[in-house]
Design a protein around this ligand. Sequence first.
Ligand code: PLP
Length: 436
Amino acid sequence: MNELSDLLAPTMAKDHPNLPVVKEEGCYYYGLDGKTYLDFTSGIATANTGHRHPKVVKAIKKAADELMHGPSGVIMYESILKLAKELRTVLPAGLDCFFFANSGTEAIEGAIKLAKHVTRRPYVVSFTGCFHGRSLGALSVTTSKAKYRKYLQPSGLTYQVPYASTEGCPKGMDPGKFAAVKLENDLTSLFKHQVTPEEVACMIVEPVLGEGGYVVPPAAWLKKMREICSKHGILLIFDEVQTGFGRTGEWFAAQTFGVTPDIMAIAKGIASGLPLSATVASKELMKQWPLGSHGTTFGGNPIACSAGLATIEVLKEEKLVENSKAMGAYAREKLLEVKERHSVVGSIRSIGLMIGIEIMDPATGAPDGEGVISILNKCLEKGVLFYLCGNEGEVIRMIPPLTVSQDQINEGIAVLEESIAEYEAERLPGRKLQNV
Ligand SMILES: Cc1ncc(COP(=O)(O)O)c(C=O)c1O
């Protein structure tokens, strides 16, 4: 396998850890090297039902025997309609009309296009650090890393304001209130100096910052955003590509935070790994998107829709959303204990099974991306796969399938702690290896 990897563009095939695998099942990858790896990446928050859940595989096989391609507008088929109906049972009320596509990026493109069609306004406001995809439209609102935008000069019709922060919150002040006031000030300044709110079609936000470093905002920050959007007729878009399908302990982050957007982009966990996504809004908004102004060849593929239906069924039947909340809380407690024992561990940022472990220089507090790579490699050698995020790759991402058990969490965190201790011993040679 390795000798052929030069056939793939390096930008595609050289990310961490690029592990050669031959099979996946449940919470495990089976490596070409014959080893079994406990997977705490879920194919980047996608295999929420566990890899190759038997019910999902069965649905895919059945669908492939009947219908393989559903060119939108040419034919109509049951699985796409059934999936739309099922999605309505788990989405916030009012988000009940769907444009199906293939990837998260496409769902974002659709969301922005819809907002501009409905409002007939040109500008978009997004939040610094957010990741919304890599096509040129999505890149115009993606600011998690400058290298994604280099040489591309994405459209100038966007403005960015800072993501939620509680840094500098005075003692005694509620951090949520502090973040909300700061958002109001940032937007007031934007509307005063750069663009009038009447020209803004939409605000787009990741309700939990993903690729940018797993930052969980206070609910009050999102509530303030909702209030400001409603006041100015600006449509609020939630990018729930990563936060959806139980990841944050509820079906969607919108429910976790109690804030309903006007438009939502969903993907990743929707079909347990098959390419499928959707732009979701009310029928009222969708009606204003003129026929033929948007379209797709592959979007809403019948096999992917069948996988989507089976995915929702499994998430419901096996109470995986509830498991996400319970296991997420359990893992958080354990990780806070790990933080107490290791000075390179900074903040633990988590909600449900969307967990970030910050690694930093204990002397200066500076982000330590190299440390993350070293720790991830040690974990890999010991058979556990984690991923990374953050502007400087300084955050370890722990996103196991929602099927994960307490024993698997214990095993994964034990390996993580052992690897952190080894890294500390190398980095801070005076420090003894702790008995972990
Ligand atoms: C929050 C968010 N939005 C959009 C995307 C883009 O999705 P895709 O890679 O499926 O195009 C991602 C992918 O990681 C994501 O995490």
